[in-house]
Design a protein around this ligand. Structure first.
Ligand code: ACO
Length: 339
């Protein structure tokens, strides 16, 4: 879907913020636990270190920190929010962490709920939030992408544990009162037939209940990933969905100021940029410092680039999220910044 109907309200990106845990684990440090090396991890992924959430921290706490920084940037009060969308696959509570985030922010006029779409979660959340603004139902929305995959990786599995880190990133969306629209187009996809290549599956433990009836114990196993298949999926689908989106929007790849992809692997970023003929200096990457922080990668990277002045008001950003599900999506965005 690209153009909203002529009567629909536009969407403005007004603020951003991010937060990462203090503890950083370098590749060398990880090499003391599993058989790996800084050279292997950097050459295959571009990752140099990852942040890991402390046992007494929570996703609601990290998200609140990111959200507060975004609210300060936009100069908005928490009470002015209508909706809080928390995109996460790793909530503190399976019933959802968004209301805990709401409570921390004291954003009591907002309704808050979680949205789960793994590494595509932030992008799916952004598009979902935009619908509430376009319809005129809401005026101000906070969308947070946050994950704590460190709690769900097998730290003895070198094929996956080197990839992931923890973080939260926040973006504030506002209904436009003029003709401007920062969401120039989007496409969303999922394909559950290919879901087994990346899973955080339930434990498999049947326990007797009553008589012949048994029940399945709740709980989850560590992440299971077929790295090569995920890699092939990403380098095939991400350029393709971005090309389709640009074509539908009638925008050339040369008109893009920044390529902001889900930060999974530097080789994936490079392959997508090469296929779209986007030069390296327009490709945003912070993989070296944070690794793959799942739903947080896009807003975390956006916040860094806005705060260091690379992204300035009016810049056009092509973004794509992709991951478990399988799920993937793309959006053409502009950064308006604070009013
Ligand atoms: N250190 C050293 N050696 C390793 C490591 C490691 N950390 N991991 C694997 N190896 C070894 C393997 O055992 C294998 O050895 P062998 O040939 O003796 O059997 C060798 O390296 C090659 O393994 P491959 O799996 O073929 O390595 P590949 O080049 O495919 O790189 C990687 C693996 C980095 C996981 C890559 O496939 C990849 O990045 N895939 C995408 C994964 C991803 O991005 N997942 C998340 C995306 S979605 C989301 O964000 C939730």
């Amino acid at each position: 879907m690209v153009a909203p109907s002529p009567s629909a309200v536009g969407v403005l990106l007004r603020g951003c913020g991010s937060a990462t845990p203090n503890a950083s684990i370098s590749n060398d440090a990880l090499g003391r636990r599993v058989e790996t090396s800084d050279a292997w991890i950097r050459s295959r992924t571009g990752i140099g270190a990852r942040r890991v959430i402390a046992s007494d921290e929570s996703i609601a706490e990290l998200s609140a920190l990111a959200a507060e920084r975004a609210l300060t940037m936009a100069n908005w009060s928490a009470e002015s929010l209508d909706l809080i969308l928390l995109a996460t696959s790793t909530p503190d509570d399976l019933f959802g962490s968004a209301p805990r985030l709401q409570a921390r922010l004291k954003a009591f006029n907002a309704v808050a709920f979680d949205l789960t779409a793994a590494c595509s979660g932030f992008l799916f959340g952004l598009v979902t939030a935009a619908q509430y603004l376009r319809s005129g139902a809401m005026k101000r929305i906070l969308i947070v992408g946050a994950d704590q995959l460190s709690r769900w990786v097998d730290w003895d599995d070198r094929r996956s544990c080197v990839l992931f880190g923890d973080a939260a990133g926040a973006v504030l969306l506002e209904a436009s009162t003029d003709q401007r629209d920062d969401l120039e187009g989007y496409l969303l996809r999922s394909d559950g037939r290919r879901g087994e290549v990346l899973q955080l599956p339930q434990v498999e433990e049947r326990l007797p209940l009553v008589g012949e009836t048994s029940h399945q114990r709740g709980g989850f196993q560590p992440i299971r990933m077929n790295g090569q298949e995920v890699y092939k999926f990403a380098v095939r689908e991400v350029p393709s969905i971005l090309e389709n989106l640009l074509q539908e929007a009638g925008i050339s790849a040369h008109a893009i100021d920044w390529l902001l992809l889900h930060q999974a692997n530097q080789r994936i970023l490079d392959a997508v940029a090469e296929r779209l003929e986007i030069p390296n200096d327009k490709v945003l990457s912070n993989l070296a410092h944070f690794g793959n922080t799942s739903a947080a990668t896009i807003p975390l990277m956006l916040d860094e680039a806005v705060r260091d002045g690379r992204i300035t008001p009016g810049h056009r950003i092509a973004s794509s999220g992709f991951g478990a599900g399988l799920s993937w999506g793309a959006a053409l965005l502009r950064w308006s910044g604070p009013a």
